[in-house]
Unconditional design. Structure first.
Length: 337
């Protein structure tokens, strides 16, 4: 008789106490047998009630195999994942962000496909908002837009099959045994580098659109811009460690920003402004076309007319972040020898 697989469910959190309470409710509602789930919660030295929420859950009257609360003293995500992986005993490793919501069959559907022979499994990660107000709907439209979030299959594909990467994925334990721990030098690009190593080892990422999880999108424009800047910044730095773990699409904002800088200087000092006009014209055409589609879908909600400006701000921040990251590579390498 085939042994049922033990699942290690990992959450690493920093200052996410309120979101964690909601996620814990989703974990409790999972349809997969609770005695086959161990939960590892890792607190990254939070200053709010995150660890308290974790400890209360671990001490509650639960039916899970075990619940463990660990500390991530280095605070950064990759070290948090490594702390959890050292303790994991499951046949399957399943890790999600603290700012997530999960359907009741999330674990069950992932395990089903692992049992069919897949080594890495995942599905749609859908961005949602916490409050039903107009401004959050605009920010969500920017987050979900092809022009604002990228082309990854887990964001928008409806076709089952193998893809290059996944979010909120389930991994057979053997995968981590084969590729080793996360690179703790990479604060925001640890998944890019880890997934590259997995592909290099011959592992495939199986995507099934029936598997769904939800990510609570940022509801603050300033924080969203900051997030995009840091994402770009760490892509720039990571080029010194693993340049092959990114696709050309990751550098589109950088190309746009560099084009603006170079062509503006060219126009200023030579009077040749055609390249600048072509670049800005092409960008504005695509931006406005995509924004118009979202505006029509929203039935011309007034706030949605800010979408072109939001997308522009996100691209500029992302591109500048990547440029700054590339410039700071020498200092990064020096500090990480």
């Amino acid at each position: 008789m085939k042994r049922e697989k033990l699942v290690t469910f990992i959450v690493v959190a920093y200052n996410a106490g309120d979101k964690l309470k909601s996620l814990i409710k989703d974990i409790k509602s999972q349809s997969y047998a609770h005695n086959l789930i161990e939960i590892i919660l890792v607190d990254s030295s939070s200053s709010d009630n995150t660890k308290k929420v974790m400890l209360e859950f671990s001490r509650s009257n639960h039916d899970f195999k075990r619940i463990i609360v660990l500390d991530n003293l280095k605070k950064v995500l990759p070290s948090g994942w490594n702390v959890a992986l050292k303790e994991a005993e499951g046949d399957i490793i399943l890790r999600v962000d603290a700012h997530s919501s999960l359907p009741h069959d999330f674990i069950e559907k992932n395990v089903k496909h692992i049992n069919k022979g897949e080594k890495i499994v995942g599905g749609h990660r859908i961005s949602i908002i916490d409050e039903d107000n107009s401004w959050q709907k605009v920010l969500l439209a920017a987050e979900k837009s092809l022009f604002g979030s990228g082309i990854a299959a887990y964001r928008r594909s409806e076709k089952e099959g193998y893809v290059s990467t996944l979010a909120h994925a389930a991994y057979s334990k053997e995968v981590f045994d084969a590729v080793g721990p996360y690179n703790e030098r990479l604060f925001r690009t640890e998944d890019n580098e880890m997934h590259y190593r997995m592909r290099e080892k011959g592992y495939k990422f199986y995507f099934n659109p029936e598997i769904i999880s939800y990510h609570h999108a940022r509801n603050d424009f300033k924080k969203m811009c900051r997030q995009k800047y840091l994402n770009g910044y760490w892509i720039g730095l990571t080029m010194s460690v693993c340049p092959k773990c990114f696709s050309i699409y990751h550098f589109a904002p950088l190309a746009f920003v560099c084009g603006l800088i170079v062509f503006s200087i060219l126009a200023l000092f030579t009077g040749v402004d055609l390249p600048l006009i072509l670049l800005t014209g092409s960008y504005l055409f695509v931006n406005l076309l995509i924004s118009l589609v979202e505006i029509v879908k929203s039935k011309f909600m007034l706030q949605m007319f800010a979408l072109p400006f939001i997308l522009l701000a996100l691209h500029i921040n992302y591109g500048i972040g990547t440029l700054v990251g590339l410039i700071k590579i020498p200092a990064f390498l020096k500090n990480n020898i």
